[in-house]
Design a protein around this ligand. Structure first.
Ligand SMILES: Cc1ncc(COP(=O)(O)O)c(C=O)c1O
Length: 400
C-alpha cells in the first residue's frame, strides 16, 4: 500500500501551475517563450499599500494575530461589503485567510461529508473540483458551452440539484472565461435556490473590480437577500490590487460557518501574515483611484486579443465581461495537423504543439472542464500580446 494518503490519489496537481513551470523550463533552455498561462496581473502593488506594509514592519506589528484576521482588517472588510455590495456583516461573520484559495478550502473542509455534492458550472477555476475531492465530496460539473456565453441557466441548475447537493460554487466574472452574470441572469439562479433550502452558495467574487464596458457586478446575497443565511461571499485582494504574492483572501457568511472555518485555520496556518493583513487594510480603506486605470488597461488588452484571435482560422473568441482571460473555442482546428506534423485531436494536443512549435504557452481547455478551448491570460503588455497572437494566427494558418 502507498505511504501517501488515499485522498491524495483522487486529486491532480494544478494544470495552470504545470504549464507555467514547463514554459519557465523551456525559457531556461534558451527558447523564445511567451507565457500566457499565469493568472496574475503584471502590475506592481500600488505604493500606498507597500508603504502600509513597511510601516507595519517598522512598528513591530510582526506577531501572531487572531486566527481568522485582526480586528482592523475585519472592520475594513465589513466596510467594503457595506460600501460596494450593500451587504451588512458583523466582524464575527468575517474570515481572513492566506489567499482566496485558503478561504474556499477552509469552507469546503468545514462543511463536506462523504457523498456531499457540489455543483460547479464548467468551465471552472481548476482548483474547485480538486478541493471538493480533498474534502471528501463529489464535484458535479455542469457544462456551460460557448453558445450559452459560458453561463449556467436556471434549468441546468434545477436539473443538477439532488438531495445530496450541499453547495453551488458561483464565480462571476469567471476564471477561465471572463463571463459575468447580469443581475437578471443571477436572479434566475437565486430563484432556483430559493426552492431548495438545503443548497448553499459559495460565491467567488475575486474578479469583482475587473469588469469592462458597462457590465455591472452583482453578488448572490445582494441580488436575493433571502439567501443571506446560506451564502458565503468570498473575495480577496490578489487580483484587483495586484497583490497575488501577499496572500490575503476573505469571506463573510453565517457566524457558525465562520467559526468552523476558524477552527480549521487555527490548526493549520494559525493566521495569515500580519504584515500582509496591514497591507490589505490599506488596500480596502485607502485610495481606489488606480482601479479605473487597471480596468482601462485590461480592457484595451482584451479588445486587442479578442480581435486578433478571431482573425486566426479555426478560432472563435467571445468578448468577456471581466477578469483578464479569454477562452476561445478551437473547434475549427480539431482534427487538423500542426506544421510540424502533430495531429491536433484534443485541446491538450493543440496547446502542446503551440508551445513546442511557436513558443506560446496557453492552458488547454480540458483542465477547466470544457473542450475544445484554451485559456489566454492577457495580463501582459500589448507588445507581447500582439506577438503572441501573431504566432497563434500563423500556427492556425499553417494547419493542414
Ligand atoms: C476564480 C479564482 N478564485 C480564487 C483564486 C485564488 O486567489 P488567491 O491568489 O487569493 O488565493 C483565483 C486565482 O487564480 C481565481 O482565479
Amino acid at each position: 500500500m502507498s505511504f501517501l494518503s488515499a485522498t491524495l490519489s483522487r486529486v491532480k496537481p494544478s494544470p495552470t501551475v504545470a504549464v507555467t513551470t514547463l514554459a519557465q523550463e523551456l525559457k531556461a533552455q534558451g527558447r523564445d517563450i511567451i507565457g500566457l498561462g499565469a493568472g496574475e496581473p503584471d502590475f506592481d502593488t500600488p505604493d500606498n499599500i507597500k508603504d502600509a506594509a513597511i510601516a507595519a514592519i517598522r512598528a513591530g506589528r510582526t506577531k501572531y494575530t487572531a486566527p481568522d484576521g485582526m480586528p482592523e482588517l475585519k472592520a475594513a472588510i465589513c466596510a467594503k461589503f457595506a460600501r460596494e455590495n450593500g451587504l451588512s456583516y458583523m466582524p464575527a461573520q468575517v474570515s481572513v485567510a492566506t489567499g482566496g484559495k485558503q478561504i474556499l478550502f477552509n469552507a469546503l473542509m468545514a462543511t463536506l461529508n462523504p457523498g456531499d455534492e457540489v455543483i460547479i458550472p464548467a468551465p471552472y477555476w481548476v482548483s474547485y473540483p480538486d478541493m471538493v475531492l480533498l474534502g471528501g465530496g463529489t464535484p458535479v460539473p455542469v457544462e456551460c458551452g460557448i453558445e450559452a456565453g459560458f453561463k449556467m441557466t436556471p434549468e441546468q441548475l434545477e436539473a443538477a440539484i439532488t438531495p445530496k447537493t450541499k453547495w453551488l460554487i458561483f464565480n462571476s466574472p469567471s476564471n477561465p472565461t471572463g463571463a459575468g452574470y447580469s443581475r437578471d441572469e443571477l436572479k434566475g439562479l437565486t430563484d432556483v435556490l430559493l426552492r431548495h433550502p438545503h443548497v448553499w452558495v459559495m460565491t467567488d467574487d475575486m474578479y469583482e473590480h475587473l469588469v469592462f464596458d458597462d457590465f455591472k457586478f452583482c453578488t448572490p446575497a445582494q441580488v436575493e437577500p433571502a439567501l443571506y443565511d446560506r451564502t458565503l461571499t468570498c473575495n480577496g485582494v490578489s487580483k484587483a490590487y495586484a497583490m497575488t504574492g501577499w496572500r490575503i483572501g476573505y469571506a463573510a457568511g453565517p457566524e457558525d460557518l465562520i467559526a468552523a472555518m476558524r477552527k480549521i485555520q487555527s490548526q493549520s496556518t494559525t493566521n495569515p501574515s500580519s504584515i500582509s493583513q496591514w497591507a490589505a487594510v490599506e488596500a480596502l480603506n485607502g485610495t481606489q483611484d488606480f482601479l479605473p486605470r487597471f480596468r482601462a488597461m485590461f480592457q484595451r488588452r482584451r479588445d486587442l486579443v479578442v480581435k486578433m484571435l478571431n482573425e486566426a482560422p479555426g478560432i472563435t473568441c467571445p468578448t468577456p465581461d471581466g477578469a483578464f482571460y479569454v477562452y476561445p473555442s478551437i473547434a475549427g482546428c480539431i482534427g487538423k495537423t500542426s506544421p510540424e506534423g502533430t495531429l491536433l485531436d484534443t485541446d491538450q494536443a493543440f496547446a502542446t504543439a503551440l508551445l513546442e512549435e511557436t513558443g506560446v504557452a496557453v492552458v488547454f481547455g480540458a483542465a477547466f472542464g470544457l473542450s475544445p478551448n484554451f485559456r489566454v491570460s492577457y495580463a501582459t503588455s500589448e507588445d507581447v500580446l500582439t506577438e503572441a497572437c501573431n504566432r497563434i494566427r500563423r500556427f492556425c494558418e499553417n494547419l493542414t
